[in-house]
Design a binder for this molecule. Structure first.
Ligand code: 3PG
Length: 316
């Protein structure tokens, strides 16, 4: 993926043209110095020609888009059947974190060399990523996937706005004009949407804003660092997961799910400490006796109706 962006300022003076030419040469050198081979353990030829690089970027784009289509379809199927967008978002991050931790441990991918400073810089990115991801998922739980993505296609407008207002970047007039059809299209879609939902609309808008901040901070965080894009995103997932898990538990009132998971592990752990000391048969007998306490306590807690086995002779 490109590691730098070409400035949008246009000038016609020869002096500026010379400067731009010098900049492009520097940019090429920069690209050469900062492009990371994929961290998976195979190497591309070191002297990559321009066309090889373009093919590589083309393959990245095609794969990115295909995977995203599949993700969106499954995401919506899950949200239709299981309307817990915060938990669903947490599980997405947990899956990514797990896959990458296993890949690093198995040396399928080289683990990144990070320090405290790296994680500190990553924190605002993770906050933005968490907000953007949850907001998009909440949006998709409320409206059609197509509507979320129409609103999300307004992201370039947010990018220009944030870059202009917060970073003081200036853009040539055509850039502002090119945003008009995007903004107009999003507005038209919002007012004509048959199943409009304000939470769905706002979720997509918040996601746009959050992802613009994420992208700007990510670019700053990745530029000139030894951590590749793939590993940078893996670290981002892990940090976002840590941020999102307690929030999801609170927002969706998942404390019982958390308690169930923790107690499942704890009771099995203690049962194995017992099995370590006794025979499998004694273990099975102990397990059967345990069920008496489960049956009695569950009848009391869930008010399960029970009938006496022997009926009273006088009763009808
Ligand atoms: C998410 O849940 O993170 C978003 O759906 C991703 O949005 P994107 O299409 O901008 O990557």
């Amino acid at each position: 993926m490109s590691k730098s962006t070409i400035p949008l300022h246009v000038s016609t003076t020869s002096n500026t043209l010379m400067k731009q030419r010098k900049y492009l040469i520097e940019l090429n050198e920069y690209e050469a110095n900062h492009s990371h081979p994929l961290d998976i353990n195979f190497e591309l030829p070191s002297a990559q020609s321009e066309s090889t690089k373009n093919v590589k970027i083309g393959i990245y784009f095609a794969t990115w888009w295909s995977l995203n289509v599949v993700f969106n379809i499954y995401n919506k199927k899950v949200l239709n059947a299981f309307p817990y967008p915060w938990l669903t978002s947490t599980l997405s991050l947990a899956a990514g974190s797990f896959i990458m931790l296993v890949s690093w441990a198995a040396r399928v991918a080289d683990p990144p060399k990070t320090d405290f400073e790296f994680w500190k810089t990553l924190l605002p990115v993770a906050v933005a990523h968490t907000i953007g991801h949850v907001a998009a998922t909440v949006s998709m739980s409320k409206v059609a996937v197509s509507f979320t993505h129409i609103i999300k296609s307004g992201e370039p407008a947010f990018s220009v706005l944030v870059s202009r207002v917060l970073l003081g970047e200036s853009f040539p007039l055509p850039v502002y004009f090119s945003l008009l059809p995007i903004i107009g299209g999003c507005a038209l879609s919002a007012v004509t949407e048959l199943h409009f939902n304000m939470i769905g609309f706002m979720g997509a808008m918040i996601s746009n804003l959050a992802f613009v901040f994420r992208n700007i901070f990510s670019k700053k965080g990745m530029t000139g660092k030894s951590v590749s894009g793939m590993n940078y995103y893996a670290c981002l997932s892990i940090l976002s997961l840590l941020l999102l898990t307690p929030l999801a538990i609170i927002v969706e009132d998942l404390k019982w799910v958390a308690a169930q998971s923790i107690f499942y592990h704890l009771y099995n752990q203690v049962s194995y400490m017992s099995l370590d000391q006794i025979s499998p048969l004694t273990f099975s007998i102990g397990n059967t006796m345990k069920r008496i306490s489960v049956i009695v306590s569950s009848i009391i807690i869930f008010h399960t109706p029970v009938l006496p086995v022997i009926k009273d002779a006088d009763s009808p």
